[in-house]
Design a protein around this ligand. Structure first.
Ligand code: D5M
Ligand code: FE
Ligand code: ZN
Length: 520
């Protein structure tokens, strides 16, 4: 878990750690029970073999043979408290009276650094050189801005300097090898020369070097040898330890989803429709409807449709066989989202656009009707933008598996450790020639050159949340039931769980729209 967690997320984790999932029904009822009683409630639900907790289960717990009199008392006490009643009545009134904050406030969205069709390069050798030069220039600037890494010299100068002296350099890792004793030997390059770096030292340093990946750019300090630096320490460009976070002045929310996979026969459409119903304020408790009334942005991080021909024999897994039909169904779904919500649509590896990253927006010919929706922005992958001043990075997450391969301890079933590494490396996909196809452009669009408040990914189909140095990390799971491929790889997806980010308070709430008892 991250450095800070909101109340809702903390509760959610407590239940999830016990394999219990809160649904749209149960979160409100939960507020009637004292936090100290949650463990008792968890034991009660586990005894009943529950997985998805409904409103009724909580009522049962409260009624259970008078055993939980205290909890019941809390319920009475709480419900008699006028402030809670006032709150509910106020919410009801505002919804009935159609007082919808998200409707009253215009979207304030600003797109910053994003690839456009007209800037696409040809993919020549020169483009690769330009890409890496741009990466190097910008990363060098990041190290210059930080007092502890401000001093470094060109590698060419380091090679000519006196042996035995201390030196610092900034360079790209072009090779990564292990010595016979298991120590790390790097080849590091800048625009002047290349040098070997040998790391051996404390346990702490050994642990730190495990996180170094190919093609990334780091700052290294060490003692000069003959054509080699004996590394004593190094730094990633990283985020500052603390900073002032941008917050919206108005209390509006952004909702983050991904991996809808429309057209797949495992797409959980009923759950998705429930979610849309909630966005329309036609489902949920008063508090949940109040939350919905503040949803101003819906961000979608790719794999909008299942696609065709994404993997061999995919046709057996399709409900909608052609790509036009898949985007058409997605259009019908997005058209049901209230028009006061701004929808930001970014593609993933299943979508109809080039697979090389940065990916361009879904090609217009496949999704004409979606393009025509007045509240939709079709954006590339990744995309950098601000929602009411809150800086956001949305990236599908294809590179997550490069981190799984590149760093021991980054597991394939949890997205957050890989996301944290991306923030530390200030790059969404540092490895070239790994699992992530990269298209060379004159600028490095995958570089994280700002300090985002929200970092949103998808792709793994497993929800995950955390906070790294102030940045809220969200992986938004998906809307597809477990596929054969996932079964084979032992991936247990967490469909239908929706993270909601409060742009004013930075609190994260989770709503569940999928339950596997009685269908979806
Ligand atoms: O990804 C579908 C699922 O497969 C999702 O759970 C992530 C997982 N996946 C995708 N790529 C890999 C690699 N390279 N290794 C392990 N697991 C992977 P989707 O993008 O929806 O097809
Ligand atoms: Fe997916
Ligand atoms: Zn994907």
């Amino acid at each position: 878990m991250g450095e800070t967690v909101s109340f809702n997320e903390e509760i959610n984790s407590q239940f999830l750690n016990n394999s219990l999932i809160l649904t749209a029904d149960s979160i409100e009822s939960l507020s009637l029970i004292e936090k100290s009683k949650y463990q008792e409630l968890i034991d009660f639900l586990k005894e009943k073999n529950k997985v998805f907790i409904e409103d009724k289960d909580i009522e049962d717990f409260l009624k259970d043979n008078g055993k939980n009199e205290n909890a019941l008392l809390v319920k009475k006490e709480r419900s008699e408290k006028s402030d809670i009643q006032d709150y509910s009545t106020k919410i009801r009134k505002s919804i009935n009276g159609r007082k919808i904050p998200a409707k009253e406030h215009e979207a304030e969205i600003k797109f910053t650094k994003n690839i456009k069709q007209e800037n696409v390069s040809e993919g020549s050798i020169e483009d690769f050189i330009r890409l890496f030069n741009d990466r190097y220039t910008k990363m060098k600037r990041m190290f210059k801005e930080r007092p502890s890494t401000r001093d470094f010299m060109p590698i060419g100068d380091a090679l000519r300097s006196k042996k035995g002296e201390e030196a610092s350099v900034v360079g790209m890792i072009t090779e990564k090898n292990e010595s016979k004793k298991g120590n790390l030997i790097l080849t590091v390059e800048d625009d002047t020369a290349r040098i070997k770096v040998f790391f051996s030292g404390s346990k702490e340093l050994d642990e730190k070097v495990r996180h170094i990946m190919l093609d990334e750019i780091i700052w290294i300090k060490g003692i000069l040898g003959d054509g080699i630096i004996f590394g004593k320490d190094f730094e990633f460009p990283d985020l500052p330890v603390s900073r002032e976070l941008c917050k919206s002045e108005v209390d509006l929310c952004s909702v983050h989803i991904s991996d809808i996979h429309v057209g797949s026969n495992a797409f959980l459409e009923k759950s998705f429709l429930k979610f849309i119903k909630w966005l329309n304020l036609r489902m949920g408790s008063p508090a949940q409807r109040e939350l919905a009334s503040r949803v101003k942005y819906l961000v979608i991080a790719g794999d909008l449709v299942e696609g065709v021909g994404t993997y061999p024999n995919q046709e057996h897994d399709l409900e909608i066989l052609d790509i036009y039909g898949q985007y058409n169904r997605l259009y019908e779904l997005l058209d049901m989202v209230p028009d006061w919500i701004r929808i930001i649509v970014s593609p993933g590896n299943h979508d109809a656009t080039r697979s090389g990253e940065p990916q361009l927006p879904v090609e217009r010919q496949y999704a004409e009707k979606i393009y025509e929706l007045p509240n939709v922005d079709m954006v590339p992958n990744p995309s950098f933008f601000e929602m009411h001043g809150v800086k956001t990075v949305v990236y599908h997450g294809t590179s997550i598996y490069d981190f799984v391969e590149g760093i021991a301890g980054v597991g394939h079933d949890k997205p957050v450790p890989a996301m944290k590494e991306m923030l530390r490396k200030r790059h969404l996909a540092p490895v070239y020639g790994g699992k992530t196809p990269i298209s060379p452009e004159d600028k490095d669009y995958l570089l994280i050159d700002n300090y985002p408040e929200i970092f949103h990914t998808g792709h793994v189909h497993v929800n995950g949340y955390g906070n790294y140095r102030g940045t809220t990390m969200i992986n938004s799971g998906g809307w597809q039931a477990q596929t054969d491929y996932q079964k084979m790889r032992n991936i247990m997806p967490t469909p239908g769980r929706v993270p909601i980010f409060d742009l004013k308070t930075h609190k994260l709430s989770i709503m569940g729209f999928y339950s596997d008892n009685g269908g979806e």
